[in-house]
Design a protein around this ligand. Structure first.
Ligand code: ADP
Length: 620
């Protein structure tokens, strides 16, 4: 940032180049939701107040140690003036230059571009989950002034002023008090925000649960209550909903909530929520979020990651424990046995909560699972203590379920056929593709239920389950197919003919395959590739290849269907002349076709060329 000294006292600075674009996008994309500028300003003020409160727990050597912690808003409807002031930590000169005027979050521009592409049809819930920050103030003001003084006892006060793009100025001023005041004249078409009633309404909507009093003139507008500290009976449903919207920045009500008040080895109160919807993919930083840690109503740490296992980080809310000392450091939180204990208890409680939901409100549970299942599943491999409970909470679509009507492993086991030895699964990209997979033919024909796994996470989770209710969990590629036989209308090749054909297949395919065998599972497809004895399930192999470019999959076994007319034709050709070029082309084509079905075809060009040759031959 190049400083060009204009006068002796006022310095002018250049904004980051992206700011212009950011501002343009903010103003245009969020035009119909301009009131959120107030939420952003209040939230910054509240952050600043939290910071000073936290610092004063251990360090009283600050400016104005006795100042009330509060936010004051002043409006002048006649002149259209607006000002918001806090007694928070304030900003140093460096912070003013560094923090104000940079595109803070990485997703910001991306998000706003998406909004702009929607051309006005902006989904309010999106904005809720996304902070656009200080800059939103330029939606309602042409020029903004920040006056601030940091809480360090020897700090100086500064005035920052800007029209939002191009440049900003900074000068030293006299300001006796700690904190920050932001003021501006509202644009003509934004004068509504100087109407006290309108301002009150906005505060109530977005900021009612801010931890510090918000005054509009002399009147306190919000209610500062630690809702989680109240006895259950005293919290109204709508308060819960409002509180959730506030802490999760969500426009929708929560899917479910849980209020805990525990005493014992560790004591804490908690108010927890499951969101109704998952944030859109490009805003998904679930793992960065968590519940907030309080001690005696004082915020100790936002999004305290230590409080929840990663796989439970879809939960929002607060945990307040008297066992957490007020004057703790980040390191303390990371290593404290108190936090470990809270996490342990919390995990058990959250799992019970999900179990209840699954039992008593299955619709809701499935909605939760649809939104957060991929994250939750990771618990199988991450939390061994609760592994069995997590596995019971998993849900899967199967060959017998309707789409979006997944079942539990328990339900699967209950309707297993009497002679069925294992729980079978097939993995792939989506349900429709899976249902057409030749590997299923045997199972469909025998009415054996198969789990259809389409979530990429499944290939890491499901194989590791190993066993459920005494039944092995097995990929159908690795299944031993001795349960039942398929009724076949076509007569199969004689053993002689098929042995001969298999020899030719082996000769043509060479070491591309581990083996060629007669299939017991195929009904209507001519061939299929399955994992060899030591091999991985094909979907698993695909994931490994994605993770590791050098990963070499193991060789597969090619199974041929002795009842298929094409296979019979080939057997006849093979009997005549094993070197027949059409026969050899067909074998290669069948092999690569099976690879293609798995999404593993290495040489599409050769495949297409050979197909052309075969068609040419067939149409001679
Ligand atoms: P965010 O709050 O998401 O970081 P903002 O653009 O709203 O993004 O604010 C940028 C930074 O400016 C804040 O992180 C904070 O460091 C500083 N800041 C903004 N408002 C205040 C305030 N009222 N008091 C102290 N610092 C503030």
């Amino acid at each position: 940032m190049a400083a060009t000294t204009k006068q002796s006292r006022v310095e002018e600075f250049q904004f980051q180049a992206e700011m212009e674009q950011l501002l343009h996008l903010i103003v245009h994309a969020l035009y119909t939701h301009r009131e959120i500028f107030l939420r952003e300003l209040i939230s910054n003020a509240s952050d600043a107040l939290n910071k000073i409160r936290f610092r004063m727990l251990t360090d009283k050597n600050v400016l104005d140690p006795d100042a009330d912690l509060k936010i004051t808003i002043e409006v002048d409807p006649k002149e259209g003036h607006f000002a918001i002031e806090d007694t928070g930590i304030g900003m140093t000169r460096d912070e003013l230059i560094r923090e104000i005027g940079t595109v803070a979050r990485s997703g910001t521009l991306e998000f706003l571009k998406q909004l702009q592409q929607q051309k006005g049809a902006v989904d309010a819930s999106l904005i809720g989950q996304f902070g656009v920050g200080f800059y939103s103030v330029f939606m309602v003001a042409d020029e903004v002034t920040i006056e601030t003084r940091h809480a360090d006892p020897d700090s100086k006060a500064y005035r920052w002023r800007s029209r939002g793009t191009g440049t900003f100025t900074i000068e030293e001023i006299d300001r006796p008090n700690r904190g920050t005041r932001i003021s501006f004249k509202l644009k003509e078409d934004a004068r509504e925000f100087s109407d006290p009633e309108r301002v009150k309404q906005i505060i109530k909507r977005y900021s009612n649960f801010v931890d510090f009093p918000i005054y509009l003139g002399k009147e306190q507008v919000n209610r500062v209550t630690a809702l989680w500290q109240l006895p259950k009976g005293e919290i109204k449903e709508e308060e819960l909903v409002e509180f959730y919207k506030f802490i999760a920045n969500d426009f929708n009500p929560p899917l479910a909530h849980l209020h805990l008040s525990l005493e014992g080895a560790v004591s804490f109160k908690a108010l927890l929520f499951i969101p109704e919807t998952a944030p859109p993919v490009f805003l998904r930083d679930d793992l960065e979020k968590s519940v907030h840690l309080y001690s005696r109503k004082v915020l100790i740490q936002e999004h305290s990651k230590e409080l929840l296992h990663e796989y439970l980080r879809f939960v929002r809310g607060v945990v307040d424990s008297e066992d957490v000392p007020l004057n703790v450091s980040r390191e303390w939180v990371q290593s404290s046995p108190v936090i470990t204990k809270i996490r342990q208890v919390l995990t058990g409680k959250i799992l019970s909560w999900l179990e209840d939901l699954a039992k008593n409100e299955p619709r809701k549970y499935l909605q939760f699972y649809k939104n957060f299942g991929s994250l939750f599943k990771m618990g199988v491999n991450a939390d061994f203590e609760h592994r069995d409970r997590i596995i019971k909470l998993l849900r899967f679509e199967t060959t017998l379920t309707e789409p979006d009507e997944p079942i539990s492993l328990q339900q699967y086991v209950e309707r297993m056929k009497t002679d069925q030895k294992a729980i079978y699964y097939l993995t792939g990209e989506h349900r429709d593709l899976l249902l057409k997979n030749p590997k299923l033919e045997y199972f469909l024909a025998n009415e054996i239920e198969v789990l259809l796994l389409t979530d990429p996470v499944d290939v890491f989770v499901v194989p590791s389950i190993g066993e459920f209710d005494g039944k092995p969990v097995q990929s159908i590629e690795q299944a031993e197919l001795d349960t039942g036989t398929v009724e076949k209308s076509e007569e199969a090749l004689s053993a002689n003919l098929s042995d001969n054909l298999i020899q030719v297949f082996k000769q043509v395919l060479g070491d591309r395959v581990e083996d060629v065998v007669v299939s017991r599972r195929l009904v209507s497809s001519p061939v299929i590739l399955v994992a060899g004895k030591e091999g991985l399930d094909s979907q698993m192999e695909k994931m490994m290849k994605l993770l590791d470019r050098d990963f070499k999959g193991s060789k597969k076994v090619l199974e041929i269907n002795p009842t298929h007319p094409l296979i019979k034709n080939l057997a006849r050709l093979a009997l005549g002349d094993g070197q027949n070029s059409l026969l050899r082309s067909c074998i290669l084509q069948l092999y690569e076709g099976a690879q293609l079905l798995e999404g593993n075809l290495e040489s599409p060009a050769e495949f297409v060329q050979r197909m052309t040759e075969i068609m040419q031959e067939a149409t001679k």
